[in-house]
Ligand binder design. Structure first.
Ligand SMILES: NC(=O)C1=CN([C@@H]2O[C@H](COP(=O)(O)OP(=O)(O)OC[C@H]3O[C@@H](n4cnc5c(N)ncnc54)[C@H](OP(=O)(O)O)[C@@H]3O)[C@@H](O)[C@H]2O)C=CC1
Ligand SMILES: Nc1nc(=O)c2c([nH]1)NC[C@@H]1CN(c3ccc(C(=O)N[C@@H](CCC(=O)O)C(=O)O)cc3)C=[N+]21
Length: 282
């Protein structure tokens, strides 16, 4: 039976350490502060923004939320980002995704100062990630790598499959895992024969947003299974993995909730502190 990759517990461990670092900064008069721009009234986004704020407060980080209406223009959001870029008290700027359709997310990402890019999603930081010379990492991939490190899960030479190729999860995670010498396949809805890749994978990461996508019959005995998916089925929060059956076949598995989610939030806080320190030359 698979052992549990306890993201919640690891997130707490890392947060306690980070809190100490923040305490030292604050003693020296440096207050880590980041801003989250949330456009529209997507209930899930509002929940995430609140979860982040709670976690930030626990660590001693200030989070300022800019809640914008659903019909906000791209130009207005860009102007807000420019204002935050210019504010020396602000060390991080991020846009909660998804954004309403009148907004081209790439245009927003191009506007965020790469030195304040806590989400690691600006073109230059995404580019650096693939060049192997990065400073910030997108939160979810960063949390997943921290989890592999903590539990001693070796990536070198392993066959890894990531289901989903989004800019916030699949693509940056592929960069980080291949940097650790895994051989990475990125699967998506046009993949001809997903079963072929999954059956051979030593490590499976699912970030598709489809409940029960990964069942026991699809994976290799002893695979490491990481579930990024967040789905609501009959009022219950589940991932992409059929947890009860897959845990019998996997060597390691993340639960949902309590797996990747808490690590995502914690990793974001790590990036806020990293950028705050860098901006202050420490
Ligand atoms: N726990 C956490 O911290 C986080 C959780 N999430 C969750 O992860 C999930 C993915 O989010 P996000 O990364 O934003 O991705 P998107 O929702 O933007 O995209 C989903 C990706 O999965 C692919 N996909 C969907 N269904 C299948 C399928 N049946 N077979 C193969 N590929 C499939 C899509 O392929 P195509 O490109 O061809 O459309 C696409 O690349 C969501 O449930 C989200 O809520 C996201 C971020 C953080
Ligand atoms: N610019 C941007 N960056 C993101 O990183 C980003 C985003 N936009 N948009 C949405 C997704 C999703 N995401 C999650 C964060 C925390 C949990 C989380 O804390 N989950 C808890 C459960 C929460 C609950 O009960 O609903 C858990 O899995 O244990 C989940 C998902 C970040 N995302």
């Amino acid at each position: 039976m698979g052992k549990i990759l306890n993201g919640k517990e690891l997130a707490k461990l890392r947060a306690d350490k980070l809190k100490e670092t923040v305490k030292i900064l604050k003693n020296d008069g440096i207050q880590p502060l980041f801003c989250v721009i949330n456009i529209g009234d997507n209930p899930a986004s509002k929940l995430y923004v609140r979860t982040k704020k709670r976690q930030a407060e626990r660590i001693g980080i200030e989070e300022k939320i800019y809640q914008l209406p659903n019909d906000e223009t791209e130009e207005d959001v860009i102007n807000l980002i420019k204002k935050l870029n210019a504010d020396p008290k602000v060390y991080g700027v991020m846009v909660q995704l998804p954004a309403p359709e009148q907004i081209n997310v790439n245009h927003l990402m191009e506007t965020i100062d790469p030195a304040k890019d806590v989400d690691g999603l600006t073109p230059s930081n995404m580019g650096r990630l693939w060049q192997g010379d990065h400073f910030v990492e997108p939160a979810t991939p960063s949390g997943i790598i921290a989890m592999f490190d903590h539990y001693g899960i070796e990536l070198a030479g392993k066959d890894a499959v990531i289901v989903g190729r989004s800019n916030i999860v699949g693509k940056p995670l592929a960069a980080l895992m291949q940097e650790r010498n895994a051989t990475v396949s990125l699967l998506h809805t046009k993949t001809q024969n997903p079963e072929y890749y999954l059956k051979n994978a030593d490590i499976v990461v699912s970030a598709a947003g489809q409940a029960n996508l990964i069942t026991a019959d699809k994976i290799k005995e002893g695979a490491v299974v990481v579930d990024v998916g967040i789905n609501h089925v009959n009022g219950k929060l589940v991932g992409d993995v059929a947890f009860d059956e897959v845990k019998e076949k996997a060597s390691w598995i993340t639960p949902v909730p309590g797996g990747v989610g808490p690590l995502t939030v914690e990793s974001l806080m790590e990036q806020v502190v990293k950028l705050t320190r860098r901006a202050n030359g420490r």
